[in-house]
Design a protein around this ligand. Structure first.
Ligand code: PMP
Length: 457
């Protein structure tokens, strides 16, 4: 019986699910998550799961955090909503903006709030275009992104996304965008190529791409410090230094998407800190409120802001903004959430417990004949399943085993994510070493169950 209770049946009756195969969903129905506490969530049949993915890479401080509920309630009573158009503002948004400017790289001076990461990346695109128009660079429009990267799902941010499944059937990309090689050494380096040499090759490819199109047409390079949703790929040694040098040489702005990396995921406040990146535009979301409220932010350098402001008389009002942008309740929750991250030392926890997670994943799985690579930094990690370890050959079809592992993990009470045959882990930042062990014990049982009987090459 695929639909044992009425909530599941009603879900199938009425909801169209995001990123879900509709026919498969009709057959198996949803897992209805009812409540959460700490690193755990519970479904409507009372089953408990360790949330190994922090929701969707989002929940930093854990589920059931009363301080965030109280912060939302207090703000709902005081001022539940006001817009941010035409010189209107609200206190939680101002305090949050001040705080974000204080904690992010030096050059970033102004904050624009949106409701989602996708909207924030759309906003980043528009602000870069607006700035370039303002300084008379009207042809400087093209973005360069990476194959395999995820930057969102709207028409513009979905165009930046370098995953064919997000383009197929939607006629994307629509904005001018070029996709360069995914910085994943294990998959895309030549045999025997060192990480440094691979980074040099990717920087050369970027330069060739800019020169071929003409630097006067290239607006910006966008990337996550460590690629998250595309499969958890830490960049090769020296990558960001070389990429930044090329961007500077050709006046190509650097947009850094910290929607997943931001607020401690790598054991540093931001991915920019971990890799020594100095962005012109920074995009934040998810852990900014632990996703207790929808909120994202775009930070821009003082230079971009001055360009926009100096020219606002000439090219007019910034014709961009969202009804719920800079939402006071979302901003109040963000401020409380950032207090909790600070007071509980959760960035440091991510570093220390992250080392344990990385060590344990490698100890338990790296030598397995079906595991090609174990990778990650801090509290984000992935293991990549392969049919032939020596040849790094993928399974055919890709994703079938990933899905089997995902399903088995559910049965064992742990929620992970299968990105094709890449199994991702991204637990809440509050997780302890003991809880990591519990999560991996459950996962190991699921892994054994799903791979039993498979004969590695
Ligand atoms: N950028 C990155 C790196 C993301 O991981 C995501 C969401 N997974 C987004 C942007 C888009 O954010 P949202 O889903 O809030 O639109």
């Amino acid at each position: 019986n695929a639909l044992p209770n009425s909530m599941q049946a009603r879900d199938v009756e009425y909801l169209l699910h995001a990123v879900t195969n509709a026919r498969r969903h009709e057959e198996r129905g949803p897992i209805v998550i009812e409540r959460g506490q700490g690193i755990r969530v519970f479904d409507d049949e009372g089953r408990e799961y360790i949330e190994g993915m922090a929701g969707l890479w989002s929940v930093a401080v854990g589920f059931g955090e009363k301080r965030l509920a109280d912060a939302a309630y207090r703000q709902l009573q005081k001022l539940p909503y006001y817009h941010s158009f035409s010189h209107k503002s609200n206190e939680p948004a101002i305090l949050l903006a001040e705080r974000l400017v204080g904690m992010t790289p030096e050059r970033l001076r102004k904050v624009f709030f949106t409701n989602s990461g996708s909207e924030a990346n759309d906003t980043a695109i528009k602000l870069v275009w607006y700035f370039n128009n303002a300084r008379g660079h009207h042809a400087k429009k093209t973005f360069i992104a990476r194959q395999g990267a995820y930057h969102g799902i709207t028409i513009a941010s979905g165009s930046l996304t370098g995953l064919p499944t997000n383009h197929r059937d939607f006629d994307l990309p629509i904005i001018p965008v070029k996709h360069v090689t995914c910085p994943h050494h294990y998959r895309y380096a030549d045999p025997g190529e060192s990480e440094e040499a691979f980074s040099t090759r990717l920087a050369d490819e970027l330069e060739a791409t800019i020169l071929e199109a003409g630097p006067e047409t290239i607006a910006a390079f966008i990337g996550e410090p460590l690629m998250g949703a595309g499969g958890v790929m830490p960049p090769p040694e020296g990558y960001w230094q070389k990429i930044q040098a090329v961007c500077h040489k050709y006046d190509v702005l650097l947009v850094i998407d910290e929607v997943i990396n931001g607020f401690g995921r790598l054991g540093t406040p931001f991915g920019c800190n971990y890799y020594g990146i100095d962005p012109d535009v920074l995009v934040l979301s998810k852990q900014i409120t632990s996703s207790y409220q929808p909120l994202a932010a775009v930070l821009i350098s003082d230079e971009i802001y001055q360009g926009i402001a100096d020219n606002s008389a000439k090219i007019g009002t910034l014709g961009h903004g969202f009804t719920a942008g800079a939402h006071p309740v979302a901003c109040a929750v963000a401020n409380e959430n950032l207090d909790i991250i600070e007071e509980r030392g959760l960035v440091e926890n991510a570093r220390v417990v992250g080392e344990h997670l990385q060590r344990e994943l490698r100890r338990r799985f790296a030598d397995h004949p079906l595991v090609g690579e174990v990778r990650g930094v801090g509290l984000i990690a992935a293991i990549e399943l392969v049919a032939d370890k020596a040849a790094k050959r993928r399974f055919d079809p890709v994703g079938k085993l990933g899905l089997a592992v995902f399903d088995a993990a559910h049965e064992q009470g742990v929620i992970i994510r299968a990105i094709g045959d890449q199994i991702a882990f991204c637990p809440p930042l509050i997780i302890t070493e003991k809880e990591v062990d519990e999560m991996l014990d459950r996962f190991a049982r699921a892994f054994d169950q799903a791979t039993a009987g498979l004969n590695p090459a």
